[in-house]
Design a protein around this ligand. Structure first.
Ligand SMILES: O=C(O)CCC(=O)C(=O)O
Ligand SMILES: [Fe+2]
Length: 364
């Protein structure tokens, strides 16, 4: 999603986690070892497996011939967005074969020799290509993850040189996948509007030149999952995020709920949806972008394919007037979305810190 690269950033030498795993499977370089407070299994970071992210049945939402049922599902959607900021969507109508294809090409890409993948290397300070995004200094802790991130839409954010030609079907598959995920996002936004009691087209204008980017995250196994993080805690800068957990992957995504990390158990063919920072702002904090992270596994690898769907860069964002009143004063100042995107990519992932950019400090 990077509109402009930043120069003069020194990130030092970054060891590739897949290569490390091959050559010295037990070694964890210091740059990957988290400070004690950040480690995934300490008491302060404890997990709760008893809670489950809500499931939303998309086929019920869109079935307007059964109004009772669709209204019930809409209420479930409202509760999921308000209480969780996350849900898994089932019966979304996307061809299971296409979901499988994108997983296949992504996995094939990550399993290529390093030299091959480095043809698409991410330049320091940018977030497209193969490598480590959000790294700004030599002493910053690194995520146990390899990423391939690509801008998809609008066309001017694409960097064709970074779209892999190996495997050969990669680009076509990603294009097909992106089209259907975009449609899903557009429909979800309509239902999100309805779930707030707003007109279904309330978001339309903001997403005229919607920004769509894809990040594929590959987490190799790690001999010390207790010391590292697959992906640092963060909220997404998008409006909506669609996350596909590849079949056969380890459980790895965790979301912060009531101060506990809740693992998101993969459901076959479901897609994980989360509210991004933009929807938090537009809904004046009613629907929250929730902090999440990824952890690693001792023996199993993990692949996730993540689509970020965001408003047009030129749009000015601020809470919808319908969601501001005396009881719920305006919590976010007006800002330009392109400016926010730049702010997001120029900072390391750090919980919900990036959203402070727009937060109004309310005094009582
Ligand atoms: O791999 C995951 O499950 C988390 C990915 C994620 O949060 C992201 O790419 O923003
Ligand atoms: Fe995320």
């Amino acid at each position: 999603m990077a509109p402009a690269p930043i120069s003069s950033i020194k990130v030092g030498h970054i060891e590739d986690v897949q290569e490390l795993r091959k050559v010295q499977p037990r070694r964890i370089p210091q740059r990957y070892v988290r400070d004690v407070t950040e480690r995934p299994t300490t008491v302060a970071n404890s997990t709760s497996s008893s809670m489950q992210v809500p499931l939303i049945d998309f086929s019920k939402l869109i079935n307007i011939t059964n109004t009772d049922q669709s209204q019930r599902e809409l209420s479930k959607l409202a509760a999921a967005c308000e209480e969780w900021g996350f849900f898994q969507v089932i019966n979304h109508g996307i061809d299971a074969e296409l979901l499988e294809c994108i997983e296949k090409v992504a996995k094939k890409f990550f399993l290529l020799p390093l030299e091959e993948k480095q043809k698409y290397a991410m330049a320091p300070g940018t977030i497209q290509g193969y490598g480590h995004a959000f790294v700004f200094s030599e002493d910053q802790k690194l995520d146990w993850c390899n990423m391939l991130a690509l801008g998809v839409e609008p066309f001017f954010i694409r960097n064709p040189k970074l779209w892999p030609t190996n495997p050969a079907q990669f680009s076509d598959t990603l294009d097909m996948y992106s089209v259907v995920i975009r449609k899903l996002c557009q429909m979800l936004l309509r239902f999100i509007a309805l779930s707030l009691g707003l007109k279904e087209n309330v978001f339309n204008e903001m997403f005229g030149m919607a920004v769509q980017a894809v990040r594929m995250n590959y987490y190799p196994p790690c001999s010390r999952p207790d010391l590292v993080l697959g992906l640092s805690p963060h909220s997404d800068g998008s409006a909506l995020t669609v996350l596909q957990q590849a079949k056969g992957s380890a459980v790895g995504l965790q979301i912060l709920k009531d101060d506990k990390w809740v693992p998101v158990q993969p459901v076959p063919n479901a897609l994980v949806i989360n509210i991004g920072d933009t929807i938090e702002v537009l809904t004046n904090g009613k629907y929250k972008s929730v902090e999440h992270r990824a952890v690693t596994h001792k023996e199993k690898d993990r692949l996730s394919i993540v689509t970020f769907y965001a408003p047009s860069y030129e749009i000015e964002l601020f809470p919808l007037p319908e969601l501001v009143d005396e009881n719920r004063p305006c919590m976010y100042r007006k800002f330009n979305h392109g400016e926010y995107s730049r702010h997001y990519i120029n900072n390391k992932l750090q919980g919900k810190k990036t959203l402070e950019f727009t937060k109004i400090q309310l005094t009582k």
